[in-house]
Design a protein around this ligand. Structure first.
Ligand code: GLP
Length: 256
């Protein structure tokens, strides 16, 4: 695990955008696992600027998103399809047919879960998976209690997750109750993982992730077992760390 501590959201986003840019600028096939939510918005902004300024060829880039709400039209402003168009896809030349999100309106949602896994497999797996983290330690929409061996599946969203995401909707009632998400096993299969966290609301979850014991009660703790995990977090998000964990980060800014 590599933990990069930065001062604030802006610095977190700059570092993350630079890392993501390296993957797409190499000129060889890259499969990006993408995330939504408030956390990566600035990362996408900065990535878009860099790609536009440098006129980067993205014909070799493929994307797979973590999750999508069930029952929201793709054009709904809060669907993750819409989010990705708004923050990334419409601004950069990734071929449309190379961008993938789970279809939360599929007629057979169980079949869609299998189909989504097949897409990821056919691409040869994810090279780098971008992740945020929920205040309850969820990753993607894998809520506390999700078995670690699950692949793409359907979930009932935790009340706390719906409440956290209500800020993007007109009211809590409008937040969908179900979603389709890559499972923990899917996420753990990614070759590299880049997790971003900013703000005090993530401090407890991040403390669990960095120094807690691995437990399905806090899904993000499974990431301790990933061979190539980088966390970029700001001071507020790291504010609950014990002195011991903090000193390890400060000494080397790398290991934990
Ligand atoms: C959402 C998403 C996650 C995201 C997390 C944190 O519900 N499904 O992929 O990482 O919650 O969101 P935010 O970045 O808005 O705090």
């Amino acid at each position: 695990m590599i933990v990069l501590e930065v001062e604030n959201y802006q610095q977190m986003s700059e570092k993350a955008a630079n890392i993501m840019f390296q993957y797409v600028a190499e000129g060889k096939k890259a499969v990006l696992g993408l995330a939504t939510g408030g956390t990566p918005v600035k990362t996408y902004d900065l990535l878009v600027s860099r790609i536009q300024n440098e006129k980067t060829d993205l014909s070799h880039v493929h994307t797979v998103n973590l999750d999508e709400y069930i029952g929201l039209d793709e054009k709904h402003p809060q669907s993750y399809h819409h989010f990705m168009e708004e923050h990334l896809f419409q601004h950069v030349p990734i071929p449309k047919k190379q961008t993938h999100l789970p279809n939360g309106n599929a007629e057979d949602l169980n079949e869609e879960c299998i189909h989504y896994e097949q897409i990821i497999e056919s691409l040869g797996g994810v090279d780098i998976q971008l992740l945020g983290i929920g205040a309850n330690g969820h990753i993607g929409f894998n809520e506390p209690g999700t078995p670690f061996d699950q692949k793409t599946h359907l979930v009932d969203l935790a009340p706390s997750t719906r409440e956290a995401n209500a800020r993007f909707f007109a009211s809590l009632d409008e937040v969908p109750k179900k979603a389709i998400t890559m499972g923990i096993a899917t996420i753990m299969n990614s070759k590299n993982i880049l997790l971003l966290a900013s703000g005090e609301s993530k401090a407890d979850a991040l403390k669990q992730l960095i120094e807690g014991s691995v437990s399905e009660a806090c899904p993000a703790t499974v990431l301790q077992k990933h061979p190539s995990l980088t966390i970029i977090a700001d001071e507020a998000a790291l504010s609950s760390l014990s002195d011991e964990a903090r000193s390890k980060i400060n000494q080397s800014n790398v290991s934990c």
